[in-house]
Design a protein around this ligand. Sequence first.
Ligand code: PLP
Length: 398
Amino acid sequence: MDLRRQYDGIREDVLAAIARVCDSQSFILGPEVEALEREIAALTGAASAVGCASGTEALWLALVAAGVKPGDSVITTAFSFFASASAIVRAGATPVFVDVDPGTLNLDAVLVGRQLRTKRLENLRAILPVHLYGQCADMDAFDRIVKEYAKENAKENTEEYSREFGVAIIEDAAQAIGAEWAGRGAGSLGAAAAFSFYPTKNLSAYGDAGIVTTIHPEMAEHMRQLRNHGSPRRYYHDEFGWNGRMDAIQAAVLRVKLAHIADWNQRRRQHAATYDQLFAGSGLTSEVTSNRSSNQLSAPVRLLSRSPQAKHVFHQYVIRAQRRDELRKFLAERKIGSEVYYPLPLHLQPVFSYLGLKAGDLPVSELAAKEVLALPMFPELTEAEIRRVVESIAEFYS
Ligand SMILES: Cc1ncc(COP(=O)(O)O)c(C=O)c1O
């Protein structure tokens, strides 16, 4: 990834935005953050957005505002960045890891449904799907699952009851700004959604920053309080919050970049189509499959599957590769960057050993961790560079 190419195109605007904040001498929250919140709410189709310190903070705010508390359980994917699960722990709850779909590597809704039918979870409060690599998880299926669960478990199945005591869907949309599911924006598909503006994300700050969106304005008010020490007014505290506020300089930079995000995401989709085409012509790839029983690679490279309902924003372009680590080394020797997201599934991380899961328990995630490889992907990438990546991969397997 070459961030400098992006910077070269927007340098004047970014520096002017930073100067505007310096001239205002207003550095935390304030008008820049409020303007960004309105703009992100409009982009995603959510009712409100709450700017905060990072994507990790955004996840925690969403969980706590959705009512997740000590003693609760939250279902999430075993194949994601650590924060998807650590935010659950920080909210005092227990993550329940479920395996991923072999085609998309997103949380498998069929397995979640099966788990809920066969095993009663203590105080299930939320389901946290991750829109991995920029493609939305199957939000229709999670919606159905939550409604069925509420029907079976609620004493009174009223809208109010399930808002108060039911199971909330929290989107981890850290990698999915601008993505859509069935024409609706990521960030408006569950009760709340967390976005990260980490410098390598599709929409990125010049430091750490994040935002939570929600379809419930009263949840937004709660999150505004939580991000500021649980304080409804200065030096009065109703609950334990934290300092999770966003800096005005980050908001100002993000607002400059937000004007470009539709174009940048479109360019990422074009690059993905070029990769797809070149792989199809290379003879390296096998059919994409979502069949759980044929999860083994039959050709050197396998592409991930794309849900027809999803408008992908290709935060990453990821392949599954035989002899992945050797391939990675081969590419590095040719100065082609690649990365493994993620080399160890969450249920096998030492810090989660207290959950009692072991190797073999979530086989799709475990195999994916051995095979996935993210190839160069950013808007300013050239077709010639993409060609060189695919040709180098073909050379490795020849
Ligand atoms: C899926 C996912 N969730 C959460 C996060 C956490 O975001 P941040 O690094 O901004 O705290 C990230 C990004 O790093 C991510 O990729």
